[in-house]
Design a binder for this molecule. Structure first.
Ligand SMILES: Nc1ncnc2c1ncn2[C@@H]1O[C@H](COP(=O)(O)OP(=O)(O)OP(=O)(O)O)[C@@H](O)[C@H]1O
Length: 229
């Protein structure tokens, strides 16, 4: 299992009346396979998640993934850390489903014909067998999220960070994607408002007002969140 380490990390953003701290000093060691970040809107969950692949830079402190400093070795870190957005439209960039997955396979399959054939196999593995020629814009929310997950996993990341991946989905698709994510062999860092899903993780962090307020056993942390929400 890979290891994520935050060393005295803060995040501040510039505003019209000076810098605003959106993540207070945070030090963490994340080694469990499935980790959920829960907490109120605007508490800093996405900020914490985005630090892990450099989408948000640390203002002070360091973020390390498998010993690699995200600020210095961003390229190598992004190879290891896949990121899944709430809205699949944010990450589906090619015209068709096949081409979109193929884009993720560039490194492992330099030959184009082989790459497209491999993309079809990936689509079939995700239950999207007949979708190769479909436009990425014409997919339903659940199909789009499945395709986004197929694409990010095709890059063979050792960590998957998923920012509210089930928020836009109906109950059935939400379960399907949730089950898929929790069953992955990779380390998963999941931002979610779905407390049932969070409860199935190995560790839960409650983020509130830019700090990790509780951290540990899912049932304990979720109970605390419920009574203090
Ligand atoms: N680039 C930015 N510039 C200014 N403020 C920002 C920026 N990014 C985040 N913030 C603010 O930082 C706070 C934390 O945002 P963040 O997106 O991390 O919260 P969150 O817990 O993921 O929220 P939600 O559950 O609503 O998605 C919010 O008040 C947000 O408005």
């Amino acid at each position: 299992m890979s290891g994520i380490r935050l060393e005295q990390v803060t995040v501040s953003v510039p505003t019209h009346d000076g810098d605003r701290r959106i993540l207070e000093e945070t030090s963490l060691e994340l080694t469990e396979r499935r980790i959920a970040l829960v907490g109120p809107n605007g508490s800093g969950k996405s900020t914490l998640a985005r630090l892990l692949n450099g989408l948000v830079p640390a203002t002070t402190g360091r973020v390390l993934v498998d010993g690699l400093d995200v600020a210095r070795e961003g390229r190598e870190v992004r190879r290891r850390v896949g990121f899944m957005f709430t809205d699949p439209a944010a990450q589906l960039v090619m015209p068709t489903a096949r081409e979109d997955v193929a884009l993720s396979l560039r490194r492992t399959h330099p030959d184009k014909a082989e790459r497209l054939a491999a993309a079809d196999r990936v689509l079939a593995d995700f239950g999207l067998g007949g979708f190769g020629d479909r436009s990425v814009h014409g997919l339903s929310g659940g199909e789009g999220q499945l395709l986004a997950l197929a694409g990010v996993l095709a890059t063979e990341p050792s960590v998957l960070v998923a920012d509210e991946p089930t928020t836009l989905l109906d109950l059935g698709n939400s379960r399907r994607i949730g089950d898929l994510l929790l069953g992955l062999p990779q380390q998963l860092v999941l931002v979610t408002h779905d407390l049932e899903l969070a409860a199935r993780c190995d560790r839960v962090l409650l983020v509130r007002s830019g700090r990790v307020e509780r951290d540990g056993d899912p049932a304990d942390v979720i109970d605390h969140y419920r009574v203090t929400a």
